[in-house]
Ligand binder design. Structure first.
Ligand code: GLC
Length: 422
């Protein structure tokens, strides 16, 4: 009898203690392509193993709208977000609201991530986020169509325009009326900032604002780049690109209606999915150079996981962040959704490379990707980026020449920054 009572008491105590430590952890991950689903699977696997529950927080697909949403919640010290997925350009802007993860990640473990990403996520000595996946803009092309018309993969943007024209002319003659030459992201959103930085830098026109904060965007190479890309609209590229983000361009390319697409690596797994009309017909290359003297430029993108300072479940949130950025989980994500790992070791993994051969063939695209000037422009990055993309969007839409629009953009950015002081 005595023994039974003790036994019951012990069971009750155990149940109470596990209930007390069980948490409902909310996580805001992305929603582009398969991101939401793949994040949910990872988070729920962790929750199940550890007796916790996950609450998925929906966020807008557009990166800039997401930033506004997070800024509102975090500025209100809201406990509604525990784990927050943040863009590579936001670490400085959101640092004040994020937990320092340094005391929770041993140095040898931190050393297993790409160093530049750890440096990017370290703000005033605090590790405000762990790198989750990295990316850069790449060129997708239709292997079958290039072969059919005996065309090479273009190495300059000018060649891309010529090849696209040859293939689309041939296809249209053969009755394929819907085929487009090149799709990319020219909606006035953060994705256009990424695309246009690639164009300008590939022509040798720099990075909008340089590392010292000087506004450099108004230069002859940038004018040449934007004039060239404006000439593609309604010609090599459908007018619709002016309203395309990542998913709209992927929709067109994946349904077989474009020869070329600029996008991030996530589109690889989807383009090769079982039900994809272009499965096994797609090749991937570095984005073309802006002429023979230009360079291959991909804009650095990517996402980090951070923990809100206002979270009431910090311990569990930190554990979830560590799990999701672990080698095991990053490998799973690379295999199912072609998310580029943030750990160099995984680029030596045979399975990962077999599923994503471009992780190896485009190594320099990823390691030498060009960063947006978020460090130099600090808290004013968003405003700078929106002035930049609006100016580019106007030029692409035929509202003003590249030369006039860049001159006026230069004035606006100089005023915004206080003559480059930011
Ligand atoms: C991708 C990139 C991110 C970028 C965004 C723009 O998600 O990883 O860095 O800001 O696209 O749409």
């Amino acid at each position: 009898m005595h023994k039974t009572v003790l036994g019951v008491a012990a069971t009750v105590a155990m149940t109470v203690s596990s209930v007390a430590s069980a948490a409902t952890v909310s996580i805001a991950c992305g929603s582009v392509g398969q991101e939401f689903e793949v994040c949910k699977q990872g988070a729920e696997t962790w929750a199940k193993q550890n007796g916790h529950t996950i609450r998925m927080v929906s966020v807008p697909a557009d990166a800039n709208e997401q930033l506004t949403f997070f800024q509102q919640l975090l500025s209100a010290n809201s406990a509604d977000l525990d784990v927050v997925r943040i863009d590579v350009i936001w670490t400085g802007m959101l640092a004040q609201h994020l937990v320092d993860l340094k005391p929770h990640v041993p140095d040898d473990e931190l050393g297993k991530f790409f160093k530049p990403l750890v440096a990017n996520n370290t703000v005033e000595g605090k590790l405000v986020a762990l790198p989750w996946f990295t990316d850069a803009g790449i060129l997708y092309y239709r292997k079958d169509l290039l072969e059919k018309y005996k065309q090479q993969v273009p190495t300059t943007w000018q060649e891309l325009a010529t090849v696209a024209k040859t293939v689309t002319d041939g296809e249209r003659k053969a009755g394929n009326a819907k085929i487009q030459g090149f799709v990319f992201q020219a909606k006035a959103a953060e994705s256009l900032t990424c695309n246009a930085l690639e164009w300008i830098d590939s022509f040798g026109g720099g990075t909008i604002v340089d590392e010292t904060g000087k506004v450099t965007v108004n230069n002859p190479k940038a004018v040449e780049a934007l004039t060239f890309f404006s000439s593609l609209i309604g010609n090599v590229a459908p007018k619709g690109v002016l309203n395309y983000s990542e998913e709209e361009s992927r929709g067109v390319f994946q349904s077989g209606q474009a020869v070329f697409m600029r996008n991030w690596p996530y589109a690889w797994a989807l383009a090769n999915a079982k039900d994809s009309p272009v499965k096994d017909k797609v090749g991937v290359a570095a984005l073309p150079k802006g002429g023979a003297e230009g360079k291959h430029t991909g804009t650095l993108g990517g996402w980090q996981l951070s923990v809100s300072k206002y979270s009431k479940n910090q311990e569990a949130a930190i554990a979830l962040t560590k799990y999701l950025t672990s080698a095991e989980e990053q490998k799973r994500r690379a295999l199912v959704a072609s998310f580029n790992p943030t750990r160099p070791d995984l680029y030596q993994d045979a399975e990962v490379l077999k599923t994503n051969p471009f992780f190896a063939s485009l190594q320099t695209t990823f390691t030498q990707a060009v960063a947006r000037p978020s460090k130099a422009t600090r808290g004013k990055y968003s405003k700078m980026s929106s002035e930049f993309r609006n100016s580019v969007h106007a030029t692409l839409s035929g509202r003003g020449s590249a030369a006039d629009n860049l001159k006026s953009l230069e004035g606006k950015l100089n005023r915004l920054s206080g003559k480059g002081k930011w």
